[in-house]
Design a protein around this ligand. Sequence first.
Ligand code: MG
Length: 349
Amino acid sequence: MKITHVQALYPRYQHVKSSWRTHFWQIAVRVETDTGLVGWGYGGGGVAAVEIVNRHFRPLLVGRPLTDPAGLEDLWDALYLASAPYGRRGLAIMALSGVDLALWDLLGQAEGCSICELLGGPRHPRVRAYATGGELARHRDQGFSAYKLPYQFSSPEQGSDELVAWAGGARTAMGAEGLLMIDGYMSWSPEQAVSAAAALVPFDIYWFEDLLLPDLVEAQAQLRPQIKPVLLAGGEHEFTHYGFAELARAQALDMWQPDITWCGGLTAARRIVELARQYQIPVVFHRGGEVWGLHLIAAGFGEPLAELVGGRQEAPKDQLWLDEPQAEEGYLHVPQKPGFGVRINEDMF
Ligand SMILES: [Mg+2]
């Protein structure tokens, strides 16, 4: 099949707060072909990424054939090269992610199979989900056995008392088998991380995530052995296999967490997982419970653990994708329909 049109769109979000994190400035990418098939992908980068797709990538893609994963990888490499002067990290790769996922969606549809099947079939037909944020007790009552607390220190002097108090209650609520993690969103100092790790030993925290600015690669490499047995996790703000290769060489992290809709799409994610295998580093995808990552996880790429960002139950949410799988008793089932198996909500445009 041949690509005939490419269009990135910024949804009309109704519930975006001042923080970019509410919707991560996510964009949708639509790719049309001469077969009549239409693929949809999900990328990051907001209206700036929309411009990159529509004004730079579109003319490079229209008229090009799309036949198989190898050909798709060639297109990815061509777009990476074309955007390298202003890209390599950040917006351009978030834009490329949306294009890449739309092209994979088309390959699945053309073969009449799900992305998971296209990648070799389900190794994990159901994947354990973990909840990030929201109310721990509610998630536990819904059947979740794994929970991650977003926690930012309010000042560099603040100690671990609040975290210890939380961890005591959380461990009691989740039981000995439950997984507990903490996400610092780049707000912790190395000193705070070391003392928190020591104070939290009785509560068996699985990982600390995203503690320092991603640029502080050396500082993370130094911190990593000091917080054991807690794992130092991160990588949601890193891009492509080139970026993760630098983290590998520096031995900066115990666990990688690429975001498929930001790091360069499924093509980049597969390359990152391959690299992680060489270095024996576990990969737990950022927001892996959304279909864009779930197919890959179900097919055996990365650890079988999928993040669902919880938020508050009562808060209204925009629904951009329809037919998304919902957790049942703490597990997610990968969709069977061709492609990624979700539909775009046209009311969002
Ligand atoms: Mg995070």
